[in-house]
Design a protein around this ligand. Structure first.
Ligand code: F0G
Length: 454
């Protein structure tokens, strides 16, 4: 018989408050735009009771392990299995879940060899129900949207948030409104929003313009905003770190490397690491590093040019469209967790991204371009000796290969950097273009022989 998972809660339920990250104001309720009523900055969720009666680290680890034997929907979810460190729910029926989380931790021996590392891991968040990490946050935020009685939810997106939001809204019986920049997100992601019955608006602006408009919209119309400004999203995304550490038997890696766009995910992972350390679940902190595309490098510039004191926004441009963001909303939260964990912030070029993506792919692990910035960034951090070859590194792969097939096809056909001959030559050894042949045995055998020689 599976062990009971309904033992006395380790953390008292519903015991959370909103705290402003700038002025520290505490409140029980959040405004619709999730901004502080006093200073307008972002809110985070905090658990005051942990100060008086912190949940026991060993009891939590046992409870989470035992829940893996349960068939309750909340235990099958790789997010809600860790519900003791999340805003509480009153009953299982409240939860909108697609069995998110539970994502694999892979070893990447070939990429380790390429980079000169002894060992390298990838936590593949692209293996979530809608194929990106967004699902881990969406299950919590969508659950809270329905609990608050909202009929409509909305987001601005570079594609993955909208796919995830549309799915969870549909599962939860809510309507969803998607604002995406016209012509700047992949068709695969757009098709998900359409399939999950969202009202999808392609706005003639960029992601930053969509987000700006959404922030105004939620103050005028009764819609619940599900961007990562919503702190419930970040609480769900924290579980990546919990699940990762459990997969590593609570042996702390030296580095976790994550792509940076709107900077919600890095903030969430960092918050989880700090909370885990505070609660005694881990004895030391891994360094959390953020990698951006050179063409969308607002955090890199904010840290280098303004010492992290004010945002240096940019006009974003990159083929890694998921992170084509110039005015990241959560920059302060991300700057804080980088400092607290001692992590680095780097940028990588379009060629470096394409090369890293092909190297990860050649190892049988498909990811989208935005995810590949992690491997490209690791190479730079090794050169700078910020990462040592014998350290344990985990790359967070945020989205699945099939999220952006055009990028992969353009790369292998040699169309990605067309006109730039030197660049194409450098990437040639990784390209595997499709070969059109007459349907004869001879032609196929000749091709096989040629491939064997190359
Ligand atoms: N990787 C992928 C695949 C993403 O879709 C995103 C963000 C990121 C990385 C960056 O994460 O914003 O938390 O720093 N996508 C958002 C979207 C913006 O709308 O889908 P972040």
């Amino acid at each position: 018989m599976p062990p009971s998972t309904s033992s006395a809660p380790v953390v008292h339920p519903a015991e959370f408050r909103f705290r402003c990250i700038a002025c520290g104001d505490l409140s029980d309720n959040a405004a619709r735009n999730f901004r502080c009523a006093h200073c307008g900055d972002l809110l985070e969720i905090t658990y005051p009771r942990w100060n008086e009666t912190p949940p026991g680290a060993e009891a939590l680890k046992t409870l989470w392990r035992n829940r893996r034997l349960s068939h309750r929907a909340v235990d099958l979810s790789g997010v809600w299995r860790f519900r003791d460190l999340l805003p509480a729910i009153e009953s299982d029926h409240e939860v909108i879940t697609l069995r998110e989380g539970n994502t694999p931790l892979y070893e990447l021996p070939q990429c380790a060899r390429i980079t000169g590392m002894l060992r390298l891991y990838a936590k593949h968040q692209g293996m979530n129900p809608t194929s990106s990490f967004k699902d881990t946050g969406m299950t919590v935020a969508a659950t809270y949207a329905r609990r608050a009685g909202f009929r409509w939810v909305a987001c601005a997106s570079t594609g993955n948030t909208s796919a995830s939001m549309a799915a969870y809204a549909a599962r939860g019986g809510m309507r969803s409104l998607v604002l995406v920049p016209e012509g700047k997100i992949s068709w695969s992601k757009l098709s998900q929003a359409l399939d999950y019955a969202a009202v999808t608006c392609q706005l003639r602006t960029d992601f930053d313009g969509c987000l700006q408009l959404l922030q105004e919209l939620v103050l005028r119309a009764p819609v619940y905003q599900l961007n990562s400004i919503n702190p419930f999203r970040l609480e769900g995304q924290k579980t990546l770190a919990l699940e990762l550490l459990e997969q590593l038997d609570w042996q702390v890696p030296d580095h976790i490397i994550v792509p940076g766009g709107n900077l919600g995910n890095s903030s969430a992972i960092g918050k989880a690491l700090l909370e885990m350390s505070e609660l005694g679940l881990i004895r030391r902190l891994p360094k959390l590093s953020v990698i951006q595309a050179e063409g969308a490098n607002a955090l890199v510039r904010t840290l280098r040019e303004a010492d992290g004191k004010r945002l240096v926004s940019v006009q974003a441009e990159t083929r890694a469209t998921a992170i084509r963001i110039g005015n990241p909303a959560s920059w302060k939260k991300a700057a804080h967790v980088l400092e607290a964990t001692g992590g680095a912030c780097e940028q990588v070029s379009e060629v470096e991204i394409a090369q890293a993506k092909a190297e990860i792919g050649a190892e049988g692990i498909g990811c989208e371009p935005a995810s590949a910035v992690t491997l490209a960034g690791l190479k730079k951090l090794l050169q700078q000796e910020f990462v040592k070859p014998d350290e344990t590194v985990v790359l967070v792969l945020t989205g699945n290969l099939l999220k952006d097939p055009d990028f992969t096809i353009d790369f292998h056909r040699g169309d990605l950097f067309k006109g730039d001959e030197s660049t194409s030559a450098a990437l040639n050894r990784l390209r595997r273009p499709p070969i059109v042949l007459d349907a004869t045995l001879d032609a196929v055998i000749r091709t096989l022989e040629q491939a064997e020689k190359s």
